[in-house]
Design a protein around this ligand. Structure first.
Ligand SMILES: CC1=C(CCC(=O)O)c2cc3nc(cc4[nH]c(cc5[nH]c(cc1n2)c(C)c5CCC(=O)O)c(CCC(=O)O)c4C)C(CCC(=O)O)=C3C
Ligand SMILES: [Fe+2]
Length: 379
């Protein structure tokens, strides 16, 4: 059949990809309104907001996250073009322009009816998954109120264990180890870091059957850490001691969040006699503010005080292998939606994550409508 399309290039039923991200300020005047958007109704102490505002002002009020997303957008378009995948890619954010609702409206006006969504968060959690689904529901509701014909939106599965996400980080760790003085290189310890979240949110992350003991959030990070440690050992023959630690804690001090904090961890490792540490920000997709401030500025300053040699390894950013992974995730889901079997690439012990978040997945403290899941009020 000459008109049959190559399934390795057929995005049907999708007619667009939407890159959905956090957003960040683009100048000093944006910082406070941005933080208001982020924290609307979320009870973050004012002290913490002033402090976080300072992090942004230190960088001229500009978050690196928007340029990171622009670079990823370019990498995706390049990868799609090189692989004969004819699919437009859009970009919208939760907290800053280009705002999700505006982009979704533009997509509808462009005639897009079936949209695959890639969130710039690789793991299960309320902040990294359901909150994006709530943002999609809010945007769809706004378009519905405007009388627009709603498109269908599907969120692509978690990619923490996709080789296109893991392998660039392995290279990053190898580069950071190579950058350490030779005499401490083989005895360096790896500190895998991710965003701290309230322990209650961690315990309830992922589908209900995965709740408890840090939930899917902690389990997924541990699996990625093990994958990276194993891959580094295969490359260098050295098994580096490692730990999963946390950063960027906010919230009130009496509410328990995941610990230890990276800075406390560096101090504890120094006391325990660790000769060097590589910080591996597995929790983050790109070098945004949590990486440039909390690790490169704050944790590096602590390392200097401790006279501890510390390096920070690269995030995936716009690595072409990550762009290729996004294409694979999209084509895999497209095939599934067409009822055609497709390979679901995943490394490690946990296997490929679900396509559709089940009811009760990463619950919100206050239930809100969320799109692109089994409990979506939208078609
Ligand atoms: C799990 C997670 C990720 C990783 C997954 C993902 O990437 O989505 C993430 C990413 C990010 N978090 C970011 C920024 C902020 N997060 C905040 C607050 C919070 N984050 C939380 C969790 C996460 N956050 C939580 C539980 C809170 C507190 C309550 C709440 O609001 O839910 C606040 C408020 C002030 C503060 O408390 O620090 C800010 C400014 C930026 C942008 C950086 C830039 O501008 O370059 C990015 C990529
Ligand atoms: Fe955050």
């Amino acid at each position: 059949m000459s008109d049959q399309r190559d399934p390795a290039r057929d995005p049907a039923p999708y007619d667009a990809l939407l890159l959905l991200s956090f957003g960040g300020p683009e100048g000093p005047d944006d910082v406070v309104p941005f933080l208001e958007n982020v924290t609307r109704g979320r009870g973050i102490p004012t002290e913490r907001l002033k402090e976080v505002g300072q992090h942004y002002f230190l960088f001229g009020g500009v978050s690196p996250i928007n340029d990171q997303n622009r670079a990823l957008l370019q990498a995706l378009r390049k990868d799609f073009a090189e692989h004969g995948l004819d699919l437009p890619v859009y970009w919208g954010n939760r907290n800053w322009a280009p705002y999700l609702t505006d982009v979704l409206r533009e997509m509808v006006r462009d005639g897009r009816r079936r949209i695959a969504v890639l969130a710039t968060s690789a793991y299960a959690s309320y902040s990294g998954c359901r909150q994006y689904r709530e943002n999609l529901a809010d945007a769809l509701a706004a378009l519905e109120a405007e009388g627009l014909d709603l498109p269908r939106v599907d969120k692509l599965r978690h990619y923490f264990n996709h080789p296109g996400f893991v392998r660039p980080m392995v290279d990053g760790v190898l580069a950071s180890l190579a950058d350490l003085p030779a005499e401490v290189r083989d005895s360096a310890q790896l500190a895998f870091t991710t965003h701290s979240i309230p322990t209650a949110a961690a315990d309830a992350s992922g589908p209900e059957e995965e709740h408890g003991e840090g939930g899917a959030y902690v389990r997924q990070h541990l699996d990625v850490a093990r994958l990276i440690v194993d891959a580094v050992r295969e490359e260098t023959g050295v098994q580096h001691p490692w730990e999963l630690v946390y950063q960027s804690r906010s919230g009130a001090p009496h509410i328990p969040w995941l610990e230890p904090d990276i800075c406390d961890h560096l101090e504890e490792r120094r006391t325990a006699g660790a000769p060097a540490v590589v910080m591996v920000p597995v929790g983050f997709v790109s070098d945004h503010m949590e990486v440039l401030y909390d690790l490169d500025t704050e944790a590096m300053a602590r390392a200097a005080e401790l006279s501890l040699p510390v390096r920070r390894s690269a995030t995936v950013g716009a690595d072409p292998r990550f762009a290729a992974a996004v294409r694979e995730l999209l084509l895999e889901r497209a095939a599934a939606e067409r009822g055609v079997p497709a390979e679901r690439c995943a490394l490690g012990a946990l296997g490929p994550s679900h396509d559709l978040c089940p009811v009760g997945c990463c619950p919100a403290r206050t239930p809100k409508p969320a799109a692109a899941g089994a409990d979506s009020p939208f078609a």
